[in-house]
Design a protein around this ligand. Structure first.
Ligand code: NAG
Ligand code: NAG
Ligand code: NAG
Ligand code: NAG
Ligand code: NAG
Ligand code: NAG
Ligand code: NAG
Length: 508
């Protein structure tokens, strides 16, 4: 009996609390306690209409776009869920996300009035308004005088029916406020980056990912010396990386991947000594890897894969002590591995030099990389015997050596093959073999033949030949099996580092 009483009491209390809060919410709604300058409000509504359509009259932003900002502060402190219910029933906000940094409109108070500080356009949440077919930038967007953050996500969608360019004028009005500007996944956003972006002096983050943008990268982006993040991946940018980018000495992330950039790496990049991530993968960049790249001592990610770099590895790579991921695959780099002191790179986790025209032997110094999980050396012209020490790396989880000209006996244990499974590849090394004794275990490397010396012990030459042929056929089918699984396994191996990358990206 006593316990039900307590429950009832609590129920009544909770009910009262809900009522109380709801009354409070209504009260908040009735009073216009959060005045917004008329011109600011008009500019906001007009700008939003340009993106979502004229039908939108802001009636769902009751009593005004920022009216609920103080409620949100309260939300974080107490009774979050109760208040949320109450709040939701009053203001159904199709355009705005209720919580989190990525809601539609965020405001802040300046001199007793509310001003818009962040605007997120596009279907960020299920209940966000999408952009209209005839979406347009209206000049009123630039009248938001305290706008710090502007994001467009999947807003300019059709590159065929209604392609649209970034307006070249107006941005200068945001030059003393805008800190973050993002266009993500807007295939219908075409044309060049306006040169006026070079005047957004407060900008710390410029993100232009997966749009239809084209043309040269504007030189004067190099004027934005407060930039910490510059991401322009997945567009159609052409031409060279401007020398001026070397002025961005605060930069932590530079990602120009998946474009059509060509020419050499500017030597001025050596000034970007704060850089943590440099991703220039999937472009047409060429020339030698400059020695100056070794100055980037804080770099954790260097991704230059799928370009046209040549002229051997530069020895200064061995000075990039912070590197965790070095991915240079699919470049005609050439040269050898032996001249570099790989053991210096004790932070290396992913090391991918597949398909880089390497010759010579695989140096034992690589086996000293204590954190290495992924070693990709496939599709080169590497020769010589493999050091059994490679199997002693404590973290090694994927080792791709296929498509080389390695020779001799593989001296790894059955246990090692068992641990790596299909993440060990050594096929298409015609003079490589595994010890015959290994055949008695279930762990033999795919597509590698048992060593001849052992086979000849079994005498008649004709039978040996037959056996050899059978094995060859066998190994072929296994090789193709191994090949198809390769990409899946690769994906898996990339998963963890990618998560780390993503998280880092979010933090910054
Ligand atoms: C705003 O639009 C809604 C429909 O979307 C309509 O019901 C409402 O009357 C309009 N309000 C004003 C002030 O025009
Ligand atoms: C960028 O800086 C250069 C000098 O480095 C200057 O001449 C130019 O006017 C600046 N551009 C802008 C848009 O501020
Ligand atoms: C490199 O990283 C270290 C440690 O995080 C930091 O103290 C140093 O300032 C960084 N160097 C540059 C040039 O940013
Ligand atoms: C790659 O670089 C070589 C010179 O090293 C050049 O001859 C070739 O045209 C380049 N290929 C592409 C696709 O840029
Ligand atoms: C190997 O790299 C070259 C560029 O050097 C590229 O054209 C080719 O597609 C790559 N091969 C594979 C299998 O990725
Ligand atoms: C592989 O090495 C052998 C000598 O060990 C040599 O005869 C052969 O030409 C090489 N093959 C390739 C494709 O480099
Ligand atoms: C092995 O290399 C040969 C060419 O030397 C190629 O035809 C074959 O496709 C390769 N095997 C696999 C499984 O890729």
């Amino acid at each position: 009996m006593k316990s039900t009483h307590i429950i009832m009491d609590r129920f009544v209390l909770a009910l009262l609390l809900v009522l109380c809060l709801c009354v409070w919410c209504y009260g908040e709604g009735d009073m216009d306690v959060t005045p917004m300058e008329k011109t600011e409000k008009a500019a906001l509504y007009n700008a939003i209409q340009g993106f979502v359509g004229n039908w939108w009259n802001g009636s769902d932003l009751f009593p005004d776009p920022c009216g609920w900002t103080p409620i949100e502060v309260l939300l974080l402190t107490s009774q979050a869920s109760l208040l949320l219910h109450c709040y939701m029933s009053n203001l159904l906000l199709p355009f705005l996300a209720v919580l989190g940094a990525d809601k539609g409109v965020t405001c802040d108070m300046y001199g007793g009035l509310w001003y818009v500080t962040a605007l997120n356009i596009g279907p960020i949440h299920d209940n966000s308004l999408g952009c209209a077919k005839n979406v347009e930038f209206r000049p009123q967007l630039f009248e938001l005088k305290h706008l710090k953050s502007l994001t467009f996500f999947s807003c300019f969608r059709s590159s065929h029916q209604h392609p649209i360019s970034i307006p070249s004028n107006g941005w200068e009005k945001l030059s003393s406020s805008l800190e973050s500007l993002e266009f993500r996944s807007n295939p219908g956003l075409i044309g060049q980056i306006p040169t006026s972006y070079g005047g957004l002096m407060k900008l710390q983050s410029l993100v232009l990912v997966e749009n239809g943008l084209q043309g040269d990268l504007p030189r004067n982006i190099g004027n934005l010396t407060n930039l910490k993040r510059l991401v322009m991946s997945g567009n159609w940018f052409t031409g060279q990386i401007p020398d001026m980018f070397g002025e961005l000495t605060e930069l932590l992330i530079l990602d120009l991947s998946r474009n059509l950039l060509s020419g050499y790496l500017p030597l001025t990049l050596e000034h970007l000594t704060s850089l943590l991530k440099l991703d220039l993968s999937n472009n047409q960049l060429g020339g030698k890897l400059p020695r100056e790249i070794g100055y980037l001592k804080n770099l954790t990610l260097l991704d230059l894969r799928s370009n046209n770099f040549s002229g051997e590895l530069t020895k200064s790579l061995e000075e990039m002590y912070s590197l965790e991921q070095m991915v240079l695959a699919n470049n005609p780099i050439g040269g050898d591995l032996v001249s570099i002191e790989w053991q210096n790179l004790q932070n290396l986790i992913i090391f991918d030099l597949s398909n880089t025209s390497l010759v010579g032997e695989i140096p034992e110094s690589i086996a000293e990389l204590k954190r290495l999980r992924f070693l990709g050396l496939s599709d080169n012209m590497l020769t010589g015997n493999l050091s059994p020490k490679l199997a002693t790396m404590p973290c090694i989880n994927a080792l791709y050596l296929n498509g080389n000209n390695l020779t001799g006996e593989l001296k790894f244990s059955a246990l090692f093959y068992g641990k790596l499974g299909k993440r060990f590849e050594a096929w298409n090394n015609s003079n490589l073999c595994y010890p015959f004794g290994l055949m008695s275990t279930s762990h033999i490397p795919y597509g590698v033949k048992p060593c001849q010396a052992d086979v000849t012990l079994l005498e008649p030459s004709s039978e040996t030949k037959l056996g050899g042929q059978n094995l060859n056929q066998n190994s072929n089918s296994m090789a193709s099996l191994g090949f198809s699984s390769n990409s899946v396994v690769d994906g898996f191996c990339w998963f963890l580092p990618m998560v780390v990358l993503l998280l880092n990206g979010l933090i910054i």
